[in-house]
Design a protein around this ligand. Structure first.
Ligand code: IPD
Ligand code: CA
Ligand code: CA
Length: 266
């Protein structure tokens, strides 16, 4: 993926951008800010999402003006580059807009189609997650490992629901009710990036969601893989952040959770 020197430059810019954005999020979360609606009544964007995005993009452009950027609010800034920065300037905007301290900034770096680095920062909990391909995942410099749970029935899971409900077989509520009816704890934090990091940290045994965008999962899925977990689509296929469905687990419950989601378990 390039020389060690170049990787260190990428890492330092990534950390600088995530820290700057996190500081802004922490400063603004309990203040006043304007809120607009996007696709639906609860699909929100605040002026802080936009300010966080502008701040991150400025920092990236200072160091890597020729890199491709994909960011939630602005979309694609196409460049003829093998490096792509994938940004969610606030993941968990509904939480942020309500002063709920479960939100973060998420930034992933892709090189030639492969995720090589990611940072997720929730400043309200002082939790900075960082992962580098082949080098592990870390929370505030402490190395992360996924949990050891090997049965779905004893697992603590987390999921999320799209703003526009997906009426489909084995859709979000079908799967949720299947698990809940068996008494399996399934949490809904409201930030897919935090969900993924908390799987990496072993707090959750697994996460699944039906409709994510690349910016929601780019950094977080690398975090899970680098903590020893497994990430695929709903059929167990190789994961790409450009597909909507995701299952991310400690690896041990992965095949079983796929069966619960597809309603093919015993
Ligand atoms: C949302 C959060 C949420 C997930 C939604 C995402 P946003 O991102 O990650 O947990 O359930 O699907 O859209 O809108 O807060 O950036
Ligand atoms: Ca998001
Ligand atoms: Ca967002």
């Amino acid at each position: 993926m390039g020389s060690l020197y170049f990787c260190n430059m990428l890492k330092s810019t990534l950390i600088k951008a995530a820290k700057a954005s996190g500081a802004l999020i922490a400063e603004k979360i309990n203040g006043k800010f304007s809120i607009e609606k996007k696709a639906g009544p609860n699909d929100l964007v605040t002026e802080v999402d936009k300010a966080s995005e502008a701040l991150i993009m400025d920092i990236i452009r200072q160091d890597f003006p020729d890199h491709f950027i994909l960011s939630e609010e602005i979309g694609e800034v196409k460049m003829d580059s093998s490096y792509k920065w994938i940004i969610d300037p606030i993941d968990g905007t509904v939480n942020f807009a309500n002063g709920i301290p479960l939100c973060c900034v998420s930034i992933g770096i892709e090189h030639e189609g492969e995720m090589i680095m990611g940072a997720v920062y929730n400043p309200m909990m002082n939790e900075f997650f960082f992962a580098e391909k082949g080098k592990g995942a870390f929370l505030n410099d402490q190395r992360l490992s996924v949990s050891q749970q090997d049965q779905v029935i004893y697992s603590c899971l987390v999921t999320g629901f799209p703003y526009t409900y997906l009426d489909m077989e084995n859709g979000p509520l079908d799967v949720f009710s299947r698990l809940i009816r068996k008494g399996i704890p399934v949490r809904r934090l409201g930030s897919a990036a935090i969900d993924l990091c908390w799987v990496a940290a072993g707090r959750f045994d697994g996460f699944y969601e039906h409709k994510l965008n690349a910016w929601d999962s780019a950094a977080g899925y690398l975090m899970v893989e680098e903590a020893g977990g497994k990430v695929t689509g709903f059929k167990g296929e190789k994961y790409s952040p450009y597909q909507p469905h995701i299952i991310a687990t400690n690896g041990k419950i992965h095949e079983e959770l796929i069966r619960w989601i597809n309603n093919t378990h015993q």
